[in-house]
Design a protein around this ligand. Structure first.
Ligand code: ADP
Ligand code: MG
Length: 657
């Protein structure tokens, strides 16, 4: 039975409904506030684009009153083109029921909008779509920032990609980014570089150092610092590089940013320069010692010669003594040969420079070696019309012999020795590194098939006393004197060798200038037992040399006046020049040098006869004095025979008694 509700019950019901309505309107109000408080546009349209709702901000954007959208469609307030696109989106959402996003540029103000179209579903039937809600956010600022960022990124990317320095990032020990130059320098493409551990690009000796550097940089101890190391490129060649590194954050990981330059060329020049400087200073040092040592030898030689002269060889009592002293003389000669090589290296020195055909010289010297070392096959390939050169034949012979002996020693089980000569026109660029002028050169190559050399050996072979041979087998002076002699002939030498693969030495000597003919050859006369009566002024700063040489000359019959320095010599000469027939002049003296004394003497008497003597072979300074009209040169230590021959040659045979 249907019971009618009482009035009170009805009142209660009404009050409840009112409350619900009130609550709903409160909620709606809150929603409304929320929707209006956002800066995004919010609106809802039906399938025809007619507005159901729009928030305050959107109404403002469309320039219509807050509730003025009733009855309005999207196309009423937008251009046909905009509408067409909008309707297509709405249609898709209706059809698929899936939300879509688009980025949309406003055709008028150029601003950017990010729009989300979502389906609004029926509250009772979720399959039914009743409307589409659109949230549209103004992203113009972000977009502009992005564009600016892209532009500046592009700028920096270009800076980095076109940089000639290798710029790369090492993350967790691997290269995570590398510019073009890195790839060019190392030879690997980035994909490959990413797989190789950075440290493994180095040659093994340098790995630890680079590893420690990178570690210190990552730990913040160090930053940009020039450090150099060697990298092995993909083609297998080793290059020198210099790097600066800093720690950076790269994709969230602490990494190193590295800038790297190829300094191989610079390193090579530096090494060559250092090598040249080293040779220069070793030369000075060796020269100094050799010079003093040579004077000692001169003393020993002189006293030996004198003793021999005074001993009667046939006297049975002195027979043994005579032999002993003879042996001393031989030993002094060997010692002198050593110092001669050293001095040859230190100051080089050309004397007896004559026009020579190197082919003839080579044939002669190589035949000597060929005769004694039968296990070596000698192959000569000599240029037919080899340009003549102005050389000291004795010295070049020594050069060749040193090279041949080394080659022979490098081939203990025999082998082939190739000797080649060639006329060569050198252009400036190729040999600039050697500091040589362009022009005509004669090239001599000596190649053996022997044991060869490793890099370390090759770097040091021209140093005096450097040898890899056992005690007694090498002096280490061979190549040092080769170097000195060739340098002094204004030539240069280089070497190609690999361990186990033989060795080639190339020597370049300047060819003679064709018009210059100084091919006269002076024959030396042997003096024999001549009694000499001339007066000699002997000038030397070494008392020992002075004593022994004057003894020697007195023994020959000469009257000797001595001077132990340049100015005394000049004074003595000024006072006695009428009776002095010859001045024997030491070249290297403190205070007034031999060269200055020479000039003073020639001023007093232009016809004065001067014999130059030096421990050094005839070097630049001596040869200049020779050119100024000096009558002869003798290298210390000299034997009685040598000096007597030379003196007679200068003074002439006419006055012998
Ligand atoms: P030495 O022959 O007395 O050792 P050198 O100055 O002549 O001194 O040579 C120096 C070093 O150079 C040698 O000890 C050797 O190691 C190396 N060398 C020179 N020539 C050759 C060669 N033809 N083959 C291999 N090594 C060589
Ligand atoms: Mg040698």
């Amino acid at each position: 039975m249907n019971v009618k509700p009482t009035y009170a019950e009805l009142e209660q019901e009404i009050a409840k409904l009112k409350e619900t309505l009130h609550e709903q309107s409160r909620l709606e109000n809150q929603c409304r506030k929320l929707v209006d408080s956002t800066s995004d546009s919010l609106y809802i349209v039906d399938g025809n684009g007619r507005y159901f709702f729009m928030n305050q901000i959107h109404a403002q954007r469309l320039n219509i009153p807050e509730t003025g959208y009733t009855g309005l469609s999207y196309k009423d307030v937008h251009s046909p083109q905009q509408s067409e696109q909008f309707e297509a989106r709405v249609k898709t959402v209706f059809e698929t029921g899936i939300a879509i996003h688009d980025e949309y540029q406003h055709p008028e103000d150029g601003g950017y909008l990010l729009r989300t179209f979502s389906p609004v579903k029926d509250s009772t039937d979720p399959m039914k779509i009743t409307a589409v809600s659109v949230v549209s956010r103004d992203i113009t600022k972000i977009k502009k920032l992005e564009e600016a960022l892209e532009k500046s990124e592009e700028k920096y990317r270009q800076l980095i990609e076109y940089s000639s320095e290798a710029i790369f990032i090492v993350t967790n020990g691997k290269i995570s980014y590398a510019n073009n130059s890195t790839q060019k320098m190392i030879g690997y493409p980035l994909e490959d570089l990413k797989l190789i551990s950075f440290i493994n690009l180095m040659i093994s000796e340098d790995r630890e150092m680079v590893f420690n550097r990178q570690k210190a940089i990552l730990q913040g101890y160090e930053s940009a610092n020039h450090y150099t190391f060697r990298i092995e490129t993909k083609e297998g060649s080793t290059i020198w590089v210099e790097a600066d590194s800093v720690a950076i954050q790269w994709e969230g990981v602490t990494s190193t940013l590295n800038f790297m330059r190829d300094i191989t060329k610079q390193k090579k020049t530096e090494t060559r320069l250092l090598q040249a400087q080293k040779m220069e200073s070793i030369g000075t040092l060796a020269g100094g010692i050799a010079h003093d040592f040579n004077n000692l030898l001169m003393g020993i030689q002189g006293h030996t010669s004198l003793s021999l002269l005074k001993l009667n060889k046939n006297d049975i009592h002195y027979e043994h003594l005579y032999e002993h002293i003879k042996t001393i003389e031989t030993l002094v000669t060997s010692g002198a040969n050593l110092t001669k090589q050293l001095l040859g290296f230190a100051r080089g020195g050309k004397y007896e420079v004559k026009r020579a055909d190197l082919n003839t010289l080579i044939e002669k010297t190589s035949k000597t070696i060929g005769r004694t070392k039968k296990e070596i096959r000698i192959h000569r390939n000599l240029e037919k019309d080899l340009w003549p050169t102005d050389v000291d034949q004795g010295q070049i012979e020594q050069v060749l012999l040193n090279l041949f002996v080394n080659a022979w020693q490098a081939m203990p089980d025999g082998g082939d020795l190739y000797i080649e000569t060639k006329n060569i026109l050198l252009d400036e660029d190729r040999f600039k590194a050697y500091g040589k002028r362009k022009g005509r050169y004669v090239k001599i190559s000596v190649t053996d098939t022997g044991i060869g050399m490793d890099e370390k050996t090759k770097e040091r072979i021209f140093e005096p006393f450097f040898t890899t041979k056992e005690m007694g087998h090498g002096t280490g002076l061979g190549l040092a004197s080769v170097y000195g002699i060739i340098k002094n002939h204004n030539g240069f030498i280089n070497v190609y060798s690999e361990k186990g693969k033989g060795t080639t030495f190339n020597i370049y000597l300047p060819a003679s200038t064709p018009d210059d003919q100084k091919d006269e050859d002076r024959e030396l006369d042997v003096a024999g037992d001549i009694l000499c009566t001339e007066t000699v002024l002997l000038v030397d700063d070494e008392t020992m040399v002075l004593n022994v040489a004057s003894d020697m000359m007195r023994t020959m019959g000469y009257t000797v006046i001595t001077a132990s320095d340049g100015s005394t010599a000049v004074n003595l000469y000024r006072e006695n020049h009428q009776r002095i027939d010859l001045v024997m002049l030491d070249m290297v003296m403190p205070d007034m040098s031999g060269s200055d004394v020479f000039d003073e003497i020639k001023k007093i008497n232009p016809q004065a006869k001067v014999l130059l003597s030096s421990g050094y072979s005839l070097n630049g300074q001596a040869s200049r004095i020779m050119e100024r009209g000096c009558d002869g040169f003798i290298q210390k230590p000299f034997t009685l025979d040598e000096i007597s021959t030379l003196l007679r040659q200068i003074l002439g045979q006419s006055r012998k008694k």
